[in-house]
Each structure stands twice: as C-alpha cells, then as structure tokens.
Design a binder for this molecule. Structure first.
Ligand SMILES: [Zn+2]
Ligand SMILES: [Zn+2]
Ligand SMILES: [Zn+2]
Length: 306
C-alpha cells in the first residue's frame, strides 16, 4: 500500500516538475538535411555507399538545408529550397505550426534552389512567399523559366539581399549573407550568419578551398557559437576517376587541419556530405576520426538554440 502511494507520489512529482520547468523559447536552427545536392542515394549510384539505401527510405539522406524557428512569434524560415523541399517544409511545419515567412537562397546549384518549383501553380500555388536572393540569383530567377513564372504569378516575392548587409527577421533574429568563393556559373554564392538573442550560427554549405576566401575560417569559427561547414568530401581519395580540382571543396581532413588549434572545435558541424562521404555513416572510421579530433557531423533534426 505504502509502496503504491509512494510510486504515485514520485510519478506525480516528476510530471509537475516537468510541467513547471521553464521552457526554452529562444529561436533555434533545425537541421533539415545534410547531403550534397544529389542526396543519398544518389542518381545512378550502385556502389556500396548507396546500394542498401535505394529500398529503404529511412536510410535516405535529404539535401543540405536548415530551418530557422521562432517559437515565440510562431515564425519559420528555410535556408535553401532543395529537391527535398516538400519533406523538409513538412518537417519544419511539424516543428512549429507557424507562419512560413520565406526562403533564403545560397546559390543556383540544383541542390539549393530547385525546390522552389513546389511553390508554383502545379503544386502549392503559394502567394507571395518571400524569397531572399543576391543580385545575380535574383536576375537568374526572374529571367529564366520555370522560375520566372513563380515571379510573374506572384507565387514568390523576391527580396534583394546585399553582401554583408543584415536583414532583421524580427526583434529576436537577424540574418546576414556573405559572399564565398564557389563555381558561380549562374549566380554568386553566399553563406549566412544567423543571430539570435544569445548566440550566433554560421552556415556555409558550399565553398571552394578555405584559402580562396578573403575571411579567415579560424576567426569565423571562433567568433560564432556554432558553425555548419562544407563537408562535401572527407578526403581526396573519394571520387576515383573524377578530377577533384574541377569540383573544389575543403576536404574534411583539410578543415580539421586548418582548425586544429581552435578551442571551440565541437562547435563545428560538417554538412552537405556527398553520397560517397564515409562520414554519412555514423559507425565509419571517418566518423570516429572526426569525433576523436573534437569535431561533429550535423544530423537531421538536430537543433541549435540561439
Ligand atoms: Zn551544393
Ligand atoms: Zn553512392
Ligand atoms: Zn554549389
């Protein structure tokens, strides 16, 4: 009798403590995908990296994208509109059944903007969803079909961004685009800094080698609380038969070297992993190496409170 009473008391206490604990209502970033533009499994790949993924949607890795969520104002934003846009928008609206306030684009490579097709007449028939774009990106969308139809039918409302110029999202949140060197065939490429009331996060899904950038990545990592960095390839051995100088990215092993004497290594999370990248597999030697060196790999649904 006493035991049953005591047990009920404990259960009730835990419930009440949980109920009264202050909730963290700060805005946060949620990871919506961690794969390179082609996702994983990757078109035409029958190699070991993808062979077991084709028939198992639970093993699929969606394309690199992050959501910005403000639980206080009920607002959500997305950075990049990927080929997995529909799934990722669903994840984001499940996080916060709020108002979808827009998309910020990094550049015009297929993994980063083609999800905009879902906003058009054939799918959502969206009304004036703000799409934030740099000048060349804006020009590209406005003057090439099918994207120009989104503009003409007012499915999207393009908002012009300027390099290093901050956009205030609300009284809690702001976002700043900054140019990075990349293969800029159709548009320039930017990374973003997102600032909340307490913390800041850097998102650079695509960049050529760090030394081509005018900024010092070590300083950038040290100045921010979290850094989500281009982790496309683990090392140079990853794509036998392809000239990797034509698709330059900082290899994860190079980034770990460059950042080796940074104190806040654990704030670095690699993202935008190619299907061939062994770090996509949580149990691989590459993953262990990254962790043992003090760094991290971004995982879907992971949150970073700002
Ligand atoms: Zn990409
Ligand atoms: Zn593969
Ligand atoms: Zn790219």
């Amino acid at each position: 009798m006493f035991n049953r009473f005591f047990l009920s008391f404990i259960v009730l206490s835990i419930f009440l403590i949980g109920w009264t604990l202050p909730r963290n209502n700060n805005p946060y970033i949620v990871i919506l995908g961690i794969a390179q533009d082609g996702g994983a499994p990757h078109a035409a790949c029958t190699k070991e990296c993808c062979i077991n993924k084709w028939d198992n949607p639970k093993l699929h890795n969606q394309v690199s994208s992050i959501g910005i969520v403000d639980p206080l104002t009920n607002e959500i934003w997305m950075i990049d509109a990927t080929p997995d846009f529909s799934l990722q928008l669903n994840t984001l609206t499940m996080e916060q059944k709020g108002v979808f306030k827009g998309v910020f684009l990094t550049h015009a490579h297929i993994g980063h903007y083609t999800g905009l097709i879902h906003l058009g007449r054939e799918v959502m028939g969206a009304k004036e969803i703000p799409v934030y774009a740099m000048p060349k990106m804006e020009n590209f969308l406005s003057n090439n079909g099918p994207w120009s139809q989104l503009v003409d039918l007012n499915n999207i409302d393009i908002k012009s961004l300027k390099n290093n110029t901050t956009v205030k999202l609300n009284s809690n949140l702001s976002i700043t685009p900054f140019l990075v060197p990349h293969r800029d065939e159709f548009s320039e490429t930017v990374g973003y800094k997102i600032e909340g009331p307490n913390k800041s996060l850097i998102f650079i899904p695509d960049i050529d080698k760090w030394e081509k950038w005018t900024k010092n990545i070590k300083e950038v990592v040290e100045e921010n609380d979290y850094s989500l960095l281009d982790g496309t390839f683990f090392d140079i051995n990853e794509l036998p038969g392809r000239d990797m100088s034509k698709i330059p990215h900082p290899f994860i092993v190079e980034s770990m070297e460059v950042l080796s004497d940074v104190d806040s290594k654990s704030s670095v999370h690699f993202i935008h992993l190619n299907h061939t990248n062994p770090a996509l597999d949580s149990y691989s030697t590459a993953t262990k190496t990254i962790k043992n060196n003090g760094f991290n790999i971004a995982r879907r649904n992971q949150k970073f409170h700002l």
